[in-house]
Ligand binder design. Structure first.
Ligand code: PLP
Length: 395
């Protein structure tokens, strides 16, 4: 009998090493496979499924709009995109304008283009260097991989976009020589995702902000993974260092593909009709659903819940670290956590699957937890119990 796994292995391009169970449905924080196993999901489709699975409001929005305009193109006015753009702009005091995209990588591509355009408009051709950091991840397209630190994502596809300079994340002493007059943009994740869950220091971001102001370079926050409520605040960046551009994507569509580039008016002033575009981006269907998702996550009670559960998770992880010498460091913030270990985390992930717990990794030595934001305390207890068994089994 040909199984789904066989079909995948024969016909699907093998760019992912998948475990050999097949997920069939989901509800809340749980996923169910075709053999009837119930998994506690601390991956959430890589920080996408913030509201978990089968959220009734998301389902209702999809059902309501399914028979309406699915796609219109950006050639015509689109009510739900305009409304969502206002919601996004209202959520952050420095943001005035929005350009929609279909993914995180595409949002970053647009952000780079806007930064290059802004610099050229105001300073001519020489100001085109984009600064990025070690441990960064910004997506898989040619511009996004060019600012992604890990060589294995870039080198096989060389030449990627030129004009990139890498700095050391959180090294404040290096910034003066890194951010110079030829820089048009600095792109940074306030909390690194794939790169190991490191959190940028507030003083570090403040210094970047000051240097960007000094050189009229744009500060771009990639909040594709850490933004939209994941830290218990709407945005992961600190109030003390605001961006010129912010890119978002993962949780915004409740599982549907959508991203956005949020920007200040001064950036928008240098972008003109015809400068950028997309056939699919910000379509009426996906933006109508995203309104419901964004509205739900923005509620103060929802964000308070995220903070309370994260505090509890924090305590539980501290206790776990006390019990196991193999756990050497806790990283991240809110419901975006990294657990650094001396044992191979790919083994821990496999053993976690045996315990019916889904976890992600970041690099070779960090377990990454990015569960649905609707997770409750009892889910935290279940997660810690299963993770502990997986750690013991991996020793
Ligand atoms: C996932 C991710 C991206 C890329 O998003 P895609 O939708 O996969 O293109 C970019 N930046 C960060 C920080 C991410 O986590």
């Amino acid at each position: 009998m040909t199984t789904i796994v066989d079909l995948d292995q024969q016909y699907v391009l093998q760019t992912y090493a998948r475990p050999n169970f097949v997920i069939e449905r989901g509800e809340g924080c749980y996923l169910y496979d075709t053999d009837g196993h119930k998994y506690l999901d601390c991956v959430a489709g890589i920080a996408v499924n913030a509201l978990g699975y089968a959220d009734p409001d998301v389902t209702a929005a999809i059902t309501q709009h399914a028979g309406g305009l699915l796609h219109l193109s950006n050639l015509y006015h689109n009510t739900s995109a305009a409304v969502l753009a206002k919601m996004l702009a209202d959520s952050c005091c420095v943001i005035d304008r929005v350009f929609f995209s279909n993914s995180g990588a595409e949002a970053n591509e647009g952000a780079i283009k806007f930064a290059r355009r802004y610099a050229r408009d105001r300073h001519g051709e020489g100001k085109n260097i984009v600064v990025a950091f070690d441990g960064s991840f910004h997506g898989r397209t040619m511009g996004a991989v060019a600012i992604t630190a890990r060589e294995k994502y870039r080198e096989p596809f060389a030449p990627v976009m030129p004009g990139v300079r890498f700095g050391e994340y959180n090294n404040i002493d290096q910034l003066d020589e890194l951010i110079t007059a030829d820089v048009c943009a600095v792109v940074i994740e306030p909390i690194q995702g794939e790169g190991g869950l490191r959190v940028a220091d507030v003083a570090y971001l403040q210094k970047i902000r000051a240097l960007c102001d000094h050189h009229d370079a744009l500060l771009i926050y990639d909040e594709v993974q850490c933004g939209v409520g994941r830290t218990g605040k709407m945005w992961a960046h600190p109030c003390e260092a605001k961006p010129d551009i912010m890119t978002i994507a993962k949780p915004l569509g409740g599982g549907l593909p959508i991203g956005a580039i949020l920007m200040r008016q001064k950036v928008a002033d240098t972008i003109h009709a015809g400068d950028h575009g997309s056939t699919f981006a910000g379509g009426p269907f996906v933006t109508a659903v995203a309104q419901v998702v964004f509205n739900k996550i923005s509620q103060p009670e929802f964000l308070t819940h995220v903070r309370e559960v994260s505090d509890y998770l924090d305590e539980s992880l501290q206790d776990l670290m006390q019990r196991h010498a193999e756990v050497t460091e806790l990283r991240g913030k809110g419901l975006m956590r990294g657990i650094r270990m001396t044992i191979p985390v790919s083994t821990v992930r496999e053993k976690a699957h045996d315990e019916q717990l889904l976890i992600a990794t970041a690099g070779d030595d960090v377990v990454r937890l990015v569960p649905p934001l609707i997770m409750e305390r009892h889910h935290v207890d279940e997660m810690i119990g299963k993770l502990e068994k997986a750690i013991v089994a991996s020793k």
